[in-house]
Structures are given as structure tokens and as C-alpha cells.
Write a protein that binds this ligand. Structure first.
Ligand code: IPE
Ligand code: IPE
Ligand code: MG
Length: 231
């Protein structure tokens, strides 16, 4: 059966731009446009859950103007998603630490999540100011606080409890992780959730990653033998 849940590390915007003699921001613009294309293609290929990495907790260390551009692009993307909600029938959720995002951006995010919450054909999670270690710290604090408030007992904490306290609660773990642009690392992405995912690395930079490339990744996934520790 094809993958139902796919995570993507959308990497290579900067190198794509550089190879064309353009500013890094041009790569981010092209990359942001590609999200809609790939989300639609994924839906058509039977993918129900798509989780994309758009901004990591480490990406704050980039130059201020690049960070500002990425914030602006997220806001534009969210605005577009609100406009296309009815057509796409896609539920959107932003995962990551929102407390460091502007009030305006947070308001937009809340609006998009509310408006799209009625749709269930496909679920898109956008990881923004997301870091898996940060998510695990926040999860631990929430569990600790519920234990101290008497809402949860230590003996009842299971793997499922942990999953349910992460930002990705309710979303099945990725069957397949795709990273574009050649790097072969996970850069603080979904450390808990990727425990048994298949990894697929391609040299294609994100702005050029096409529905055809997605199909190739899915095809390779379909030919793999997942074992989960068995024989
Ligand atoms: C991915 O492209 C987008 C973000 C990380 C925000 P990069 O900006 O990392 O592009 P490269 O890796 O420098 O080419
Ligand atoms: C990972 O890409 C984060 C996103 C794609 C948003 P980076 O380009 O930031 O990762 P590193 O620095 O190469 O590990
Ligand atoms: Mg990169």
C-alpha cells in the first residue's frame, strides 16, 4: 500500500537561487509556491497526511532579512490557504513553538486552522519555528504540569501518551520522509515520529521538486520491505 503519511524537509532554496544567480529570497519565493503544487499532487496520489518543514528553531540564526522574508512567506501562504480552503478541502495545522511568532502571524494561523478544521480529505502540517527537541521539552513540561495538577498519573504514561502530548497529536507517524537537495540528515525534525519511517534523499532542490519526483519517491517506498523489527 502506498504511504499515507509523508514528511518532507524542503531543503535547497538557497542553492537553487544561487545556481541561477538570484538572491536566496528568490529561492524561498519559488519554494513557497511549490508547496501548493506538491500538496495537491500528494493528495491525488492518495497521501492523507503531509508534514512539511518550513522553518526550524535553528533558522533564527540566519540574517534578519532572510528570517523576515520567511515569516512574510508563511503569512502569504496561510492567507492563500484560507482563500483556497473550500477548493482544496485540506485541513491545516502549524506545528512548532508559536510563542516567538508575531501577534499578526498568530492571528492568521488561528484563522486558517479554524476555517480549515471542517475539512478532512487531506491534512497538512506546516512545521514553523519547529525543532523536535524543543517539541519534546514542551511535551515534557505539559505532562509534568498535568501530573502535578492531578489530571494524569505517572503510572498511566505510555508511548501513546507521549504521542498525544506532541504537536503532531492525532496525525499518524510518517511512513516516508523525503529530504530534497542532497543533505542526508534530519536537522532536528520529528525525532520521535520518524522512529520507523523510510528515508528518501534526492539531489533535486525543493524549488524544482515536481509531482513526478514525488511519484518516484513513492514508487521507491512501495518497493521497500518494511520490517518493524520482524523478519
Ligand atoms: C530550505 O532551503 C528553506 C529553509 C530552511 C527555510 P535553504 O534556505 O536551507 O536552502 P539551502 O540549503 O541554503 O540551499
Ligand atoms: C532544515 O533545513 C530546515 C528546513 C528545511 C526548514 P536547513 O537547511 O536549515 O538544515 P541544515 O542547516 O542544513 O541542517
Ligand atoms: Mg538548507
Amino acid at each position: 500500500m502506498g504511504p499515507k503519511s509523508i514528511a518532507i524537509i524542503m531543503d535547497g532554496n538557497g542553492r537553487w537561487a544561487k545556481s541561477k544567480g538570484l538572491a536566496r529570497s528568490a529561492g524561498h519565493v519559488k519554494g513557497a509556491k511549490n508547496i501548493e503544487t506538491i500538496a495537491r499532487a500528494a493528495k491525488a496520489m492518495g497521501v492523507k497526511y503531509l508534514t512539511i518543514y518550513a522553518f526550524s528553531t535553528e533558522n533564527w540564526s540566519r540574517p534578519d532579512d532572510e528570517v523576515a522574508k520567511l515569516m512574510e512567506l508563511l503569512e502569504e501562504y496561510i492567507t492563500k490557504a484560507i482563500k483556497n480552503a473550500e477548493k482544496n478541502k485540506m485541513q491545516i495545522r502549524i506545528i512548532g513553538d508559536r510563542s516567538k511568532l508575531s501577534d499578526g502571524l498568530n492571528a492568521r494561523i488561528a484563522e486558517a486552522e479554524k476555517i480549515t478544521s471542517v475539512y478532512d480529505e487531506v491534512y497538512l502540517q506546516v512545521a514553523f519555528n519547529y525543532g523536535s527537541r524543543d517539541e519534546i521539552v514542551r511535551m515534557t513540561k505539559k505532562i509534568a504540569s498535568d501530573v502535578s495538577d492531578g489530571k494524569l498519573s505517572t503510572d498511566d504514561i505510555t508511548e501513546e501518551t507521549v504521542s498525544n502530548y506532541l504537536d503532531t497529536a492525532g496525525i499518524p507517524d510518517p511512513d516516508l520522509l523525503i529530504r530534497t537537495s542532497g543533505e542526508q540528515r534530519i536537522s532536528n525534525y520529528l525525532l520521535w515520529q520518524l522512529a520507523y519511517s523510510e528515508f528518501y534523499f534526492t539531489k533535486v532542490p525543493w524549488p524544482d521538486f515536481s509531482p513526478k519526483n514525488l511519484e518516484e519517491a513513492i514508487e521507491e517506498y512501495n518497493n521497500r520491505n518494511r520490517r518493524y523489527g520482524g523478519v
